[in-house]
Design a protein around this ligand. Structure first.
Ligand code: TNX
Length: 514
């Protein structure tokens, strides 16, 4: 026991000094190109300054970097707007015309004198900053000053994403999570270069977003959640705060209003939308597929137009997710006709429709996106929708579902799609996952977290880490870099980072944690 205690103390000591060097090749997600130059290590100093080429968006990225580095280093790290003033101790963020980097790519060059990140866009600079952050010792995540040497490994990285859509979903309907929790999840996404946050805002157990003209959605529909908790909802101002915070981290919010099923909470609030006009009792269990709004009533479409119009007005991103899953009681042509009508309502708001892959049989509309959550990679209706022009977001239930247990003894989660350990989350190829769907139709990947069994921020984090970085790497890194052996080694170094940042994680036995 004495030996064990000493080891634990040493580990804690390592964490609290900034001595452990990081390798340039240890970044997650793996960059496209990495060229280490060990003679070029760069040490941050008390007089390091952050210089920005131009533009307020680039300046905001520089301020973000400074805010990440100040607490642990204790350095002032002033941000200045004059990039030609390079001194011997500078971090330079520069926007360039380099179109090989694309909308999100960046170059990072670390030399003894200067650390330089260049990109064609502020989003690219932002991703470069996340890489820089990972190249400092784990103690950089401390929120209080840590003594030590803040050394960045020398060399260069050229990097850009494989897919434009790289997301995670948080179900705030089964259990409600306050704004502060959502903001922290946004920070977790940003670390791993994810750029979409899908919010599952409505379900049988609760309605979580205010809609003017329909006050009972929140006074009544939001008052429940799974179990006997109090529920809750986001005011318009809350939602705008989430959207703004995400945008500042180059993350687009994808709001979901699940229709026509998963609507019990809306029906409790407005019984007039229920098929027989009869208000159902509130539901706090975990069954699915029993509720639906009346697809034959005009009032239903007025309701949907008001809700989607309001959500669209508060959402800067291009997507509205209309759900469409598990509407077991709305079948065949009735279901297809319903989805087609809702797709037209979405189009009227100027947004593109996203829906779970069950909406495949509905007619194609411009920009339509299906979210695949199947478990066997084979669905002729989805393949056919793709031939008609739809693109796919991949969330295969048996690889990407963060609500599945890691192992039989995982205290939270489900297992209907199988157990998903880190290896299973990592080892699949989005480019060839769904039968008869060409690689070009894949828009990207998303890891959904359903929250029937998840009730708090630490529980959210426990299910996200370390699987979220696995899905992030599938979305970002070139297929040619894919390697489970390499990934588990690189990921291992992130455990101390999460510990220093106070992030709860599952210390999976598959990963050789230090
Ligand atoms: C299926 S996946 C659902 C959700 C549940 C989830 C639990 C999908 C589109 N629908 O309603 O929360 O399983 O894993």
């Amino acid at each position: 026991a004495g030996d064990l205690a000493r080891t634990a103390a040493q580990v804690a000591g390592d964490l609290l000094t900034a001595t452990t060097p990081v390798r340039l090749t240890d970044v997650v997600p793996m960059p496209e190109q990495v060229r280490p130059e060990p003679a070029d290590d760069h040490q941050l100093a008390a007089d390091t300054v952050i210089q920005v080429s131009s533009g307020t968006a680039a300046l905001a990225v520089a301020e973000h970097l400074a805010a990440l580095l100040r607490p642990a280093t204790g350095y002032p790290l002033p941000v200045t707007g004059t990039a030609d003033l390079e001194t011997d101790s500078s971090i330079v963020l520069a926007l360039t015309e380099d179109d090989t980097l694309g909308a999100e790519g960046y170059r990072l060059a670390v030399t003894r004198a200067v650390v330089r990140i260049t990109a064609a866009t502020p989003a690219g600079l932002f991703h470069g900053v996340q890489t820089l952050r990972q190249l400092l010792p784990p103690a950089i995540e401390s929120r209080t000053p840590v003594a030590g040497r803040w050394v960045l490994p020398g060399g260069s990285i050229v990097d850009r994403p494989r897919y434009p859509y790289r997301g995670a979903m948080l179900d705030v309907a089964r259990h409600f999570f306050p704004v502060a929790d959502v903001l922290r999840v946004i920070d977790h996404l940003a670390r791993y270069k994810l750029n979409r946050l899908h919010l599952h805002l409505t379900d049988d157990q609760g309605w979580r977003i205010a809609v003017p003209g329909w006050p009972r959605l929140t006074t009544v529909g939001a008052a429940t959640e799974v179990g006997d908790g109090p529920g809750g909802y986001y005011t318009t101002a809350d939602y705008q705060r989430i959207v703004t915070y995400a945008a500042a981290r180059h993350i687009t919010v994808v709001p979901e209003i699940d229709l026509p099923g998963h609507t019990n909470a809306a029906l409790v609030a407005y019984g007039e939308l229920a098929p027989d006009g009869a208000t159902p009792p509130p539901y706090t269990g975990t069954e699915v597929g029993f509720s639906y709004v009346d697809p034959t009533s005009e009032r239903t479409y007025e309701f949907i137009a008001d809700v989607l119009g309001e959500v669209a007005a508060n959402t800067p991103g291009p997507y509205l997710h209309i759900g469409g899953d598990e509407a077991f009681k709305v079948k065949g042509a009735t279901y297809t006709g319903f989805v087609e009508r809702v797709q037209r309502i979405v189009a009227d708001t100027g947004k593109s429709t996203v829906g779970w892959h069950q909406i495949a049989p509905a007619a194609h509309t411009e920009g339509r996106i299906l979210q695949w959550w199947g478990t066997n990679g084979d669905d002729p209706a989805t393949a056919e929708a793709v031939r008609r022009g739809a693109r796919l977001i991949l969330s295969p239930g048996n690889h990407a579902y963060l609500d599945m247990k890691y192992a039989p003894d995982t205290p939270l989660g489900h297992d209907w799609a199988g157990l998903i350990d880190v290896h299973r989350a990592y080892d699949w190829d989005p480019g060839s996952h769904v039968a008869d769907v060409p690689a070009e139709a894949i828009l990207g990947v998303e890891a959904p977290l359903w929250t029937e069994s998840v009730t708090s921020l630490p529980e959210i984090e426990f299910m996200l880490f370390p699987r979220l970085p696995a899905i992030a790497e599938l979305g970002w890194s070139p297929q040619s870099t894919h390697s489970w052996a390499g990934f588990r080694e690189r990921l291992a170094g992130h455990g101390p980072r999460w510990a220093a940042a106070g992030i709860t994680y599952h210390s999976s036995p598959e990963i050789p944690w230090p």
